[in-house]
Ligand binder design. Structure first.
Ligand code: SF4
Length: 340
C-alpha cells in the first residue's frame, strides 16, 4: 500500500476577483521510504497541493475535495485534533525560510525538547539527549554547545539544518519539503540535499520534495510529478522522466537546465508567463506558450494518459508518438535549446 495516496485533489480559493482553482484534479502516490519530486514554476499549484494535504490552508477562503489517504486514512476528512497529532510526528514539513518554523526567542534546544514532548512521553534529559543526537545527525558542529544558541546565531545553511533536525526529531514516516534549498548558495544546497538523502536512508522517511528546479529532482527523487496550471501534466519514475520526457512543458524545464556534456551558449527559457488560475486558458493550459500547439490544443484538454506505453509514465499532450520521439532525440543530442 502507498504511504500517501492523493486522489483527484481540488482546492479552490474565494478571492475578491473570483474563484481561483489552485489545485485541479491532482493525483499521485508516495511509496514508503521513497522520494517524490513535485516540480513546476511558481503558481503551478505544487505548494498548495501539499498545504491542502497537511490541512494548512485558510479554511475560511479555501474549499477542498478529493482524498489524501495517509496509511489508508483520509487526511482531508480527519478531525482537526487527529490531524494536529499527526503533524510534526508522523508527517513533518520543512519550508524555504527556516524562520517560519523556528521561534526566534527560544534556544533551538528548548524548541527541540518541546517538539519531543509534544509527541513522546519521555523525561526532559531523554528529550535533550534525543535533541543532541539529531543535531549531530544533521551536521551541526559543536552540537553540545550550540544546542543552547538562538536561531539568529546560526548561518542560513545551519538554520536549514536545524529545521531539518526539528522535522526529523520524531522520526516521521513522511517529510514534506517545500523548496528547502532555494534560498541557499549552490554549495550549501548540494550539502543539504546530500544530508536529506543520507537521513532518509537512516530514518527511512518518505520525502515529498517541492521544487521549481529539475536539477534538485534529478539529485534526489525516485518519482516525479510535473505540475502546470494547477494540474499534473507529466508523472513518471525519475528514470523514465529524464530518459524520455514526453511533453513540451517538461522539455522546456529540461532545456533550462545547465548540462556539463553540452556546450550551450545560452540556456533556453520557456517563453511567456504561467497561466492565470482565475481564468485558465481553454484546452491545454500550456497552449499559449507551446511552440508545438495545434488547433485541437486550444479547444480540447488532453487527458493524463500513458505517454510511452508504460503504466507509470503519464502525460497530458495531443502530440503524436512520432513527433514526441523526434523531439526526445533532439533533447538527447543537445539540440533541445533550439526547439523551445
Ligand atoms: Fe503543446 Fe498541444 Fe501538447 Fe499542450 S497538448 S503541450 S499545446 S502540443
Amino acid at each position: 500500500m502507498a504511504l500517501l495516496d492523493v486522489r483527484d485533489l481540488h482546492t479552490t480559493f474565494r478571492t475578491d476577483d473570483g474563484l481561483v482553482k489552485a489545485v485541479d484534479g491532482v493525483s499521485f502516490t508516495v511509496e514508503p521510504g521513497k522520494t517524490l519530486g513535485i516540480v513546476g514554476e511558481s503558481g503551478s499549484g505544487k505548494s498548495v497541493t501539499c498545504l491542502t494535504i497537511m490541512g494548512l490552508n485558510d479554511r475560511r477562503s479555501a474549499s477542498t475535495s478529493g482524498q489524501a489517504l495517509f496509511k489508508g486514512a483520509d487526511l482531508l476528512a480527519m478531525p482537526k485534533n487527529e490531524l494536529r497529532a499527526l503533524r510534526g510526528n508522523e508527517i513533518s514539513m520543512i519550508f524555504q525560510d527556516p524562520m517560519t518554523s523556528l521561534n526566534p526567542v527560544h534556544t533551538i534546544g528548548r524548541q527541540l525538547v518541546e517538539a519531543v514532548h509534544l509527541h513522546q512521553d519521555v523525561s526532559r534529559s531523554s528529550a535533550r539527549s534525543q535533541s543532541l543526537d539529531v543535531l549531530k545527525a544533521v551536521g551541526i558542529p559543536n552540537a553540545e554547545r550550540r544546542i543552547d544558541d538562538y536561531p539568529h546565531q546560526f548561518s542560513g545553511g545551519m538554520r536549514q539544518r536545524v529545521m531539518i533536525a526539528m522535522a526529523l526529531i520524531n522520526h516521521p514516516d513522511l517529510l514534506i519539503a517545500d523548496e528547502p534549498t532555494t534560498a541557499l548558495d549552490v554549495t550549501t544546497q548540494a550539502q543539504i540535499l546530500k544530508l536529506m538523502d543520507t537521513l532518509q536512508k537512516e530514518y527511512g522517511s518518505a520525502i515529498v520534495m517541492i521544487t521549481h528546479d529539475l536539477g534538485v529532482v534529478a539529485e534526489i527523487a525516485d518519482d516525479v510529478v510535473v505540475m502546470y496550471g494547477a494540474q499534473v501534466v507529466e508523472r513518471a519514475t525519475a528514470e523514465e522522466l529524464f530518459a524520455r520526457p514526453s511533453m513540451p512543458y517538461t522539455w522546456g524545464l529540461l532545456g533550462s537546465l545547465p548540462r556539463i556534456d553540452h556546450d550551450v551558449e545560452r540556456l533556453a527559457q520557456i517563453p511567456g508567463t504561467p497561466p492565470s488560475l482565475l481564468n485558465p486558458p481553454s484546452g491545454c493550459r500550456f497552449h499559449p506558450r507551446c511552440t508545438y500547439a495545434m488547433s485541437i490544443c486550444q479547444s480540447e484538454q488532453p487527458p493524463l494518459a500513458s505517454a510511452t506505453g508504460s503504466e507509470t509514465h503519464l502525460s497530458r499532450c495531443h502530440l503524436d508518438q512520432a513527433t514526441r520521439l523526434t523531439e526526445i532525440k533532439k533533447l538527447e543530442s543537445g539540440h533541445f535549446a533550439e526547439v523551445t
